[in-house]
Design a protein around this ligand. Structure first.
Ligand code: RP5
Length: 164
């Protein structure tokens, strides 16, 4: 975790059990040189912590929030209701319904309170990290350069012909 600079991205998750998925977002932000923080903030178990987090996030200097949760996944939507910052929602795969519950809980926001919803699980978490870095890159040339390098390397890694 980049602790030297003030965090500009906040990663929040509903439970410790979400961290193996949400750390994919953290890894990307580390690679892109984006300062971030990661915290457990549960919409249901620690509602006051959520209110405090979301209502102070902008004044603390955050620019983007990535929120991951599973099951009745209210965390991203509730966070979005209390901050003007862009909120990226990551549906964490649940045991009972394989994350479809998480996805629908996060994506079906009422008009006027958007959550940018990503794919279920690790791919969604990694893509949330990339999207957050893209937003930060709009005003940070060093992050923009790392993002460009990442995309170039990814493109160059794809072979044209499949191997046996
Ligand atoms: C949600 O409930 C969390 O985001 C997590 O995905 C799910 C299960 O939480 P635990 O029972 O593992 O703490 O609030």
């Amino acid at each position: 975790m980049n602790k030297a600079r003030s965090p500009v991205v906040g990663i929040i998750m509903g439970s410790q059990s979400d961290w193996p998925v949400m750390r994919e977002a953290a890894k990307i932000l580390e690679d892109m040189g984006v300062a971030f923080e990661a915290k457990i903030v549960s919409a249901h178990r620690t509602p006051q912590r959520l209110v405090e987090y979301a209502t102070t996030a902008k004044d603390r200097g955050l620019k983007v929030i990535i929120a991951g949760a599973g099951g009745a996944a209210h965390l991203p939507g509730m966070a979005a209701s209390m901050t003007p910052l862009p909120v990226l929602g990551v549906p964490v795969q649940s045991k009972a319904l394989k994350g479809l519950d998480s996805l629908l809980s996060i994506v079906q926001m009422p008009k006027g309170v958007p959550v940018g919803t990503l794919a279920i699980g690790e791919a969604g978490a990694a893509n949330a990290g990339i999207l957050a870095a893209s937003i930060i890159a709009l005003q940070d040339d060093a992050v923009a350069a790392k993002l460009d390098a990442f995309r170039t390397a990814q493109t160059e890694s794809v072979k044209e012909v499949p191997e046996e």
